[in-house]
Design a protein around this ligand. Sequence first.
Ligand code: IPE
Ligand code: IPE
Ligand code: MG
Length: 231
Amino acid sequence: MKPKHVAIIMDGNGRWALKRGLKRSAGHLEGSKILEHLAMHAIDAGIEVLSVYAFSTDNFKRSAEEVNYLMDLFIKMFKTKFAKLNKKGIKVVFSGRKINLRSDVIEAMEYIEDNTKQNTAGILNICFNYGGQEEIVDASLKIHEDIVNGKIKEDDVTKELFSKYLYQDLPPIDLLIRTGGELRVSNFMLYQMSYTEFYFTNTLFPDFSKSEFNKALFIYENRDRRFGNVK
Ligand code: IPE
Ligand code: IPE
Ligand code: MG
């Protein structure tokens, strides 16, 4: 069966650039073009939700130069690509903490979310200033607040309800792709990955083509998902 929700850890931009004697920023720019193509392609392939890891809370540890470049790139990308994604019918949502982000970045996010919220062709969930453990902590605090306010009762808290308190209420991740050769999840969507199928590739993200994406889908479709059951 086709995956409903695919997530991508878009890793390897820096190495892609350094291999070519370029600055790391050149890899981020190339990666942003690939993301646009993949988002359009995922919709055509009938995927309902595509989640992408664009900037982690821990990426703030990088140099101010790189962090600023990534923030500027984010704004630039949306100014130039927004119309195309919107025309395709893609609803864009964001996951992550808004604190610590520049006001122009937050404004761009709000503009995009507001102006694509009626779209129904598919969802692009952009994880920006995102951390999986942070998301679980933030959801727990919101649940606690609603219990204190009397909106919900302690007995109402099930794993299904918990998932509604995450940054976005999305189906569980069926397939996770990580480019760039590392075999780890780097604090990405931990709650949503309980039964996710993993696909790791050495391909660096700026080289990750539609045909490689299709290959990951093909491999996924041949996996045997048992969810703890027996056949
Ligand atoms: C992923 O590429 C993009 C972000 C983390 C923003 P990297 O920048 O981590 O590239 P490598 O892993 O250093 O090659
Ligand atoms: C994960 O990549 C974050 C993004 C792709 C945005 P990193 O390059 O930050 O992860 P580590 O440091 O290799 O674990
Ligand atoms: Mg990396």
